[in-house]
Design a binder for this molecule. Structure first.
Ligand code: IPE
Ligand code: IPE
Ligand code: MG
Length: 250
């Protein structure tokens, strides 16, 4: 008989998601890929609601990678239209629900109209604290690392920084998600088992979870399954299982 109280199941503080499978979802229905993206946008809302309900404090969603510009022009334009409409439609609601929105990625690549909406959304929600929602748009993990290096180099050139002072924590302070906990759980829908240039630095010790479910088919049950899988894992961060068990008993 166990004598100790059962600890509450581990909950990720930060969830990072590659929302993949929109195109295949549409193709299965003989519909244009853009329909998959439109229906996929609903799954974003489901995911935000889920984090708010479960008390997950940070959610990072991969919406558009720096490589996605390689897609057909028509699809890229449709995605941009979708972002614009989603920003117009959702900001008031996110504000009401206490969500703080931030965009990570190179913003200069977007049209001025979209950029203005992104700035506006960040400003309008800057005071919110229930959920930090990071939307990765024109984002690449390698870009993130390179831009952090460039910023540090600039500081060193200007004489304000000794290169020997650059350590992991200083480096991380120049990355896009500086100040937020690293993702505890990564989910990729759509069946591919790869990172596709998402958060490279930040995923170093993240638990990875892959599901064949296509993003537009996301459900509360699917998220529950990912979280319960996560709760069953032992995170060792280089230590032994015995050490982790001993510290759990302490
Ligand atoms: C993810 O779905 C959405 C974006 C990359 C914008 P995809 O469009 O990659 O869907 P599949 O992988 O082709 O099914
Ligand atoms: C990753 O999905 C990017 C986003 C979900 C935004 P992709 O569908 O672009 O990834 P690859 O090309 O299959 O690796
Ligand atoms: Mg894909």
């Amino acid at each position: 008989m166990p004598t100790e109280a059962t600890p509450p199941a581990a909950l990720p503080r930060h969830l990072a998601i590659i929302m993949d499978g929109n195109g295949r979802w549409a193709r299965l229905r003989h519909r244009p890929r853009t329909l998959g993206h439109r229906v996929g946008a609903r799954a974003v809302n489901l995911c935000i609601d889920y984090c708010l309900a479960r008390g997950i404090g940070a959610l990072t969603l991969f919406a558009f990678s720096s490589e996605n510009w390689r897609r057909p022009q028509e699809e890229v334009s449709a995605l941009m239209q979708l972002f614009l409409r989603a920003l117009d439609r959702e900001i008031a609601e996110l504000q009401r629900r206490g969500v703080r929105v931030r965009f990570i990625g190179g913003r200069e690549a977007f049209a001025p109209e979209l950029r203005a909406r992104m700035d506006q959304a960040e400003r309008a929600t800057a005071g919110n604290g229930r959920l930090a929602l990071n939307v990765a748009a024109n984002y690449g993990g390698r870009w993130d690392i390179a831009q952090a290096a460039a910023r540090l180099a600039r500081r060193a050139m200007q004489g304000g920084l000794d290169p020997d002072a650059i350590d992991e924590s200083l480096f991380a302070s120049e990355l896009s998600l500086a100040g937020q906990p690293e993702p505890d759980l990564f989910i990729r829908t759509g069946g591919e088992r790869r990172i596709s240039n998402f958060l490279l630095w930040q995923l170093a010790y993240t638990e990875l979870y892959f599901t064949d479910l296509l993003w537009p088919d996301l459900s509360v049950e699917a998220l529950d399954a990912a979280l319960s899988d996560f709760a069953g894992r032992q995170r060792r961060f280089g230590q032994t299982a015995e050490q982790i068990e001993a510290s759990g008993r302490a």
